[in-house]
Design a protein around this ligand. Structure first.
Ligand code: SF4
Length: 485
C-alpha cells in the first residue's frame, strides 16, 4: 500500500468503523471507504465522512507559546510531580494509555478513564459493563430494546438493527424521543422495565455508558439483563474506551465530576489529560473552564487541537490518531490495529519516565497479554470472561423538573464540534403552550443564563427539550429550564 495511505478506524465512537486516511501533498487528509472492514463494510456516518474537515493536528506549547516537541516533553516531565492526577478516557491506543499508566504509577497515581459509574457499581459487574456483545449477535436477536438513539449516538448500529428486523426481530425503544425504526416506543420508568419489555435470552439490550451516566440507571439495566437472561451491550462515546478500561481495570478510579470538584477545592494542582478534553466532554463547560483556571499545571498530551489545548500550560503534541502504532478495542470487544507506525506519544512518555527506548514493544506485549492473543486479528473477537453478578438493590429517582433540557449526545458533541444540527427538539404541545413561532428561535433560560436557538418539532416526550448542541446555560446532562419566544 502507498505509504501515505493509512488503514485506521474512525475516532468518533466505540463502533470503531474501519476507514482509510490518505495524506495529501499539502498536508491535509482525505478519507476512503474500507469495504473489507468487518465492523462497517466501508460505510461511515456523517461524522466519519466529515473527519478531514474536523480533525486539526495539535501543536506543542510551553506556557501557552508554541514550542518544539522536545521542549514540551521536558517541561511536562518537570511539571508532573507527585500528586498529579491523570485522565485518559479512551481516545487513543491501548499502548499509549498503558504508557501513561506507567508514568502515573511512577508518581504513585492511576489513570482515570472518567467513567464514574465503574467506581459506583460492584466490580463483579465491570466485565459486563466493559465489553459488550458481537454486533453480529444484534442481527440474530429476536427482540431488541434500545436505551439509546442509534441514529444520533451510534449511527452505524442502525444497519445492524435494520438487519435484525429483516430477520424477524421486533425493536422497542425506551427514551424521551421516538425512534423511527422501532416497532414500539415507550416512555417508561425503571419500575416498569421488567413487566413491559418482557425480555428473554433471545433478546438484546443496547445501552450507553459515558462519563455522565447515572450509576443507578446502569445498575437497573444490569439487573434487567440478569433477570431476563438478555445479553447487554453498553456502547461508549470514545473509540477505545473499552480498551482503556481493560488496561485500567482493578485501579481505583475517580469520576470526572470528582476530579473537577477536587480541582475547585485546591486538592488537585496538576492535571494531565491524554486525548481527553474535559471542556468538550463534560456538560457544564463553564464550570470546567473555571476549575481548570485554578490548576498550577494543566498538561495536555494530545493528537488534536481542541478547547483544552487553548488553556493548557503545556501541550505535548503527538501524531494524529490514524498514524499511531497500536491497538483499539471497540464496544463489542473486537481488537483492531491500524497500519500506523507512529510512537511519538509513547516515546514522549518514555522520556518522562526515563525509558526512552522501545517502550512501545513493552506496552504492546502487555496489551496482547491482556487480550489473551498472540497477534491482533480484527476478524476474530478475543474471548472475555464475564462472571455472574448478584442482583443489586437500586431504585433510581429522577429529579422532578417541569421542563428539562436534555442532551442527545452524538459524536459531534463529544468532540466539541458545532455541527449544522444546531437546534433543539420538542413536541408540538410544548411549542404551542410556550407560544413559540416557526422560524423564530426559542429562548431557553436556566439559573446560568439564557440562549436563543433554533427549534424543530419532533416526537419528543412532554416536558423535554432535546439538544443536539452544547448550550452555555446548562449545568448537567439534564438542566431545569423555562422557554419563551
Ligand atoms: S458510527 Fe462512530 S465510528 Fe462509525 S463512522 Fe460514525 S462516528 Fe465514526
Amino acid at each position: 500500500m502507498n505509504e501515505n495511505i493509512f488503514t485506521t478506524v474512525c475516532p468518533g465512537c466505540s463502533m470503531a468503523c474501519g476507514m482509510y486516511v490518505r495524506e495529501k501533498d499539502d498536508g491535509t487528509i482525505d478519507i476512503d471507504w474500507r469495504k473489507d472492514a468487518v465492523v462497517n463494510a466501508g460505510k461511515l456516518c456523517r461524522f466519519g465522512v466529515r473527519l478531514p474537515h474536523n480533525l486539526k493536528p495539535a501543536t506543542s506549547k510551553v506556557d501557552g507559546a508554541e514550542a518544539d516537541l522536545s521542549d514540551a516533553v521536558a517541561a511536562a516531565g518537570d511539571a508532573i510531580g507527585d500528586g498529579a492526577v491523570f485522565v485518559s478516557v479512551g481516545n487513543t491506543t491501548c499502548e499509549e494509555h498503558l504508557a501513561l499508566m506507567k508514568l502515573a504509577e511512577s508518581k504513585g497515581a492511576v489513570v482515570n478513564t472518567g467513567m464514574g459509574a465503574f467506581s459506583m457499581v460492584p466490580s463483579e459487574c465491570h466485565p459486563t459493563m466493559g465489553v459488550g456483545i458481537p454486533f453480529d449477535a444484534i442481527e440474530s436477536a429476536k427482540k431488541i430494546v434500545l436505551f439509546i438513539d442509534p441514529y444520533e449516538q451510534y449511527p452505524l448500529l442502525v444497519r445492524r438493527i435494520l438487519a435484525s428486523k429483516k430477520n424477524g426481530a421486533t425493536v422497542t425503544a425506551v427514551g424521551c424521543k421516538a425512534i423511527s425504526l422501532a416497532d414500539e416506543n415507550k416512555a417508561i420508568g425503571p419500575d416498569s422495565y421488567e413487566a413491559e419489555l418482557a425480555l428473554d435470552s433471545d433478546s438484546v439490550i443496547i445501552a450507553d455508558l459515558n462519563p455522565s451516566s447515572d450509576p443507578e440507571q446502569v445498575m437497573v439495566l444490569l439487573n434487567l439483563a440478569k433477570a431476563s437472561g438478555a445479553p447487554i451491550i453498553f456502547m461508549k462515546p470514545f473509540v477505545n474506551a473499552v480498551g482503556c478500561d481493560l488496561a485500567s481495570r482493578k485501579t481505583a478510579q475517580k469520576s470526572l465530576d470528582q476530579i473537577i470538584t477536587e480541582i475547585d477545592s485546591g486538592e488537585i494542582k496538576t492535571l494531565v489529560c491524554m486525548d481527553s478534553d474535559l471542556i468538550e466532554i463534560m456538560p457544564d463547560e463553564t464550570a470546567v473552564r473555571e476549575a481548570l483556571e485554578k490548576l498550577d499545571n494543566l498538561v495536555v498530551i494530545t493528537s488534536r487541537d481542541s478547547a483544552t489545548t487553548d488553556v493548557a500550560n503545556i501541550v505535548v503534541a503527538t501524531e494524529p490518531f490514524y498514524k499511531k502504532a497500536g491497538t483499539v478495542v471497540n464496544a463489542e470487544g473486537r481488537a483492531i490495529a491500524g497500519s500506523g507506525a507512529g510512537t511519538d506519544g509513547i516515546d514522549a512518555i518514555g522520556s518522562m519516565i526515563g525509558q526512552p527506548v522501545d517502550l512501545f514493544s513493552e506496552v504492546n506485549a502487555a496489551v496482547l497479554a491482556t487480550l489473551g492473543v498472540d497477534a491482533v486479528d480484527e476478524r476474530v473477537i478475543p474471548e472475555y470472561e464475564k462472571p455472574e453478578y448478584a442482583a443489586m438493590d437500586v431504585s433510581p429517582t429522577a429529579e422532578a423538573v417541569e421542563t428539562a433540557l436534555v442532551y442527545a449526545y452524538n459524536p459531534f458533541l463529544w468532540n466539541g464540534i458545532v455541527d449544522d444540527n444546531d437546534f433543539v427538539e420538542m413536541n408540538l404541545d410544548m411549542v404551542t403552550s410556550n407560544s413559540l413561532l416557526k422560524g423564530i428561535p426559542v429562548r431557553i433560560a436556566s439559573d446560568r443564563g439564557e440562549v436563543a436557538v433554533r427549534f424543530k418539532v419532533s416526537d419528543v416526550a412532554p416536558g423535554v427539550v432535546l439538544s443536539n448542541v452544547k448550550l452555555p446555560m446548562t449545568t448537567g446532562m439534564v438542566t431545569s429550564v423555562t422557554l419563551s419566544r
